[in-house]
Design a protein around this ligand. Sequence first.
Ligand SMILES: [Zn+2]
Ligand SMILES: [Zn+2]
Length: 138
Amino acid sequence: MPITPPASMDDCVYFTNRTLGDSRIKAWVMREQCPKCKNGLMQKPRDPKTGKYKLRAKEYQCPSCKHQAPIEEYEGTLTMSILYTCPKCKKSGELQTPFKRKKAKMFDEEAGKNVTVDAVQFNCQSCQQKMFVTKKMR
Ligand SMILES: [Zn+2]
Ligand SMILES: [Zn+2]
């Protein structure tokens, strides 16, 4: 089944679209239903004063039943969808992988050295080139 990008970024917990040299990555994680009441979509709690999402919150909350889940635990149950063009073999592909970030060493072109980042890793399906979806580069 081909994976299609979401219609709206509001449906996503995470969305990124980036080009780095020859590599192109579009990745997103859809919001999912509350595991408890199956009613609401889990989201970051909103600030009652401003109505904005508290992006730094340490948990996700169901707007319907107020069920809470710690970020790390909850995000690990989600699925990241990725559309990519490989920098090595130039082929495009698509895949899905658990939304789990790991510490990874990658070469930072700007800094000109290897840096450690929190990233979701995946391999090119054609040539096994390792690629990263890092936390920062949005
Ligand atoms: Zn709920
Ligand atoms: Zn490749």
